[in-house]
Design a protein around this ligand. Structure first.
Ligand code: GLA
Length: 369
């Protein structure tokens, strides 16, 4: 009798501990399957900029595991979509949108009106001279409407105008061809055409260094003036091509508060943290330039990511999307810009697609109640 009782107890303990181990393993398994997007489910979608190639390579599983929003790195720019008047190349952009629809990911459209990666024909009139303002705006309207209608219901937010504010704070707006031909009007017009084409889409003005106090003041001036004119603009895209040197928390929070004070949503649209200081123009690599991600640089990068994600979480009520610019350190546009051939390591996954230490720091945060 005593022995039977003892055996039963033993059996219970054995089964309980087996179940415990089993559940723990299951949980661990689940945890391993979780990606960035799952840790941030209650905060904001986490996106990534991709090329169609990323989506058919060994990066595809990583993308599906970690991200729930996509941006086309280049496939939705005007040089890609409409290289010649009336000739639209949809294949690359369609493949990204199809992947997103199939895998239930959001899509941010990028970008409808920009001074760069825009074909020359757009600015040339029928006689070979510079195009008139009327024709330029007509072309912009046709372009925006054609593209947005094609992706209506699939692209939930668009960067309507990209980088219209000058880096020189005394200049206000960039002296681009858009500006030279159409003056300041082209910006409001682009938003009007976009809202007409898809009234359900969220419309963004997108720019870099929008958290630097000088440039922020001019971006704010532009957005405030659009809103005062009754133009529909839902938010500001902070590109966030940052580095281990900037931004600091004070500037970043001040910018978020300033933009959101006039009801703008904030999307972090092109996030990466370079290990080099920001440089505006292309230059050759110096022979002495070090290109290793040393333990010290990695630590600084990790501290910077930790700080900015802390800020993003703090402002989750106004931040609607956080998108990384490229998938992993295997390839980043920063390997070529501003210094061609200088390796950079700005992302959360290493060149072997493994999460870097900083990844774990970003996902292991104390959750809000
Ligand atoms: C800007 C553009 C992006 C991309 C990056 C560099 O930030 O908005 O589309 O071209 O430059 O890759």
């Amino acid at each position: 009798m005593f022995l039977a009782k003892y055996k039963l107890k033993f059996l219970i303990v054995f089964v309980a501990s087996f179940l415990g181990t089993f559940c723990y393993a299951q949980q661990e398994n689940q945890k391993n399957k979780r990606g960035l997007k799952d840790f941030y489910l209650r905060y904001f979608p986490i996106g990534v900029a991709v090329s169609p190639k990323n989506l058919v390579s060994d990066e595809a599983p990583l993308i599906k595991q970690n991200f729930n929003s996509l941006t086309a790195e280049n496939a939705m720019k005007m040089t890609s979509l409409q290289p010649k008047e009336g000739v639209f190349n949809w294949a690359a952009a369609d493949s990204i949108v199809d992947f997103a629809v199939k895998n239930k990911l959001k899509v941010r459209g990028h970008t409808l009106c920009w001074h760069d990666q825009t074909p020359d024909w757009l600015f040339i009139g029928p006689n070979g001279d510079r195009v008139s303002k009327e024709l330029l705006l007509q072309r912009l309207k046709t372009y925006i409407q054609t593209v947005m209608k094609r992706y209506k219901g699939k692209v939930y937010a668009w960067d309507v105008v990209n980088e219209a504010v000058d880096d020189n704070p005394n200049h206000y707006l960039r002296r681009s061809k858009w500006y030279e031909i159409a003056g300041e009007d082209y910006i409001a017009k682009a938003f009007e055409y976009a809202h007409e084409a898809d009234p359900t889409a969220q419309l963004f003005y997108n720019d870099y260094n929008g958290e630097r106090p000088d440039k922020m003041a001019n971006i704010f001036r532009l957005l405030k003036s659009l809103k005062d004119k009754g133009i529909v603009v839902h938010g500001i895209g902070l590109q966030s091509h940052w580095s281990i040197f900037e931004p600091n928390q004070t500037d970043l929070e001040a910018a978020i508060e300033k933009y959101s004070s006039i009801g703008l949503k904030i999307h972090i649209t092109e996030l990466d943290i370079s290990i080099y200081p920001w440089e505006p123009s292309v230059r050759a690599k110096r022979p002495d330039e070090m290109e290793t991600l040393t333990a010290e640089l990695e630590q600084k990068q990790s501290d910077q990511y930790d700080m900015i994600f802390g800020v993003f979480r703090k402002y989750k009520n106004v931040i609607g999307n956080v998108t990384f610019w490229n998938v992993s350190d295997r390839y980043t546009w920063l390997d070529y810009f501003p210094v061609a051939g200088r390796k950079n390591y700005p992302l959360l996954f290493d060149a072997h697609l493994q999460p870097k230490k900083v990844y774990w720091r970003i996902v292991n945060f104390k959750k809000d109640k």
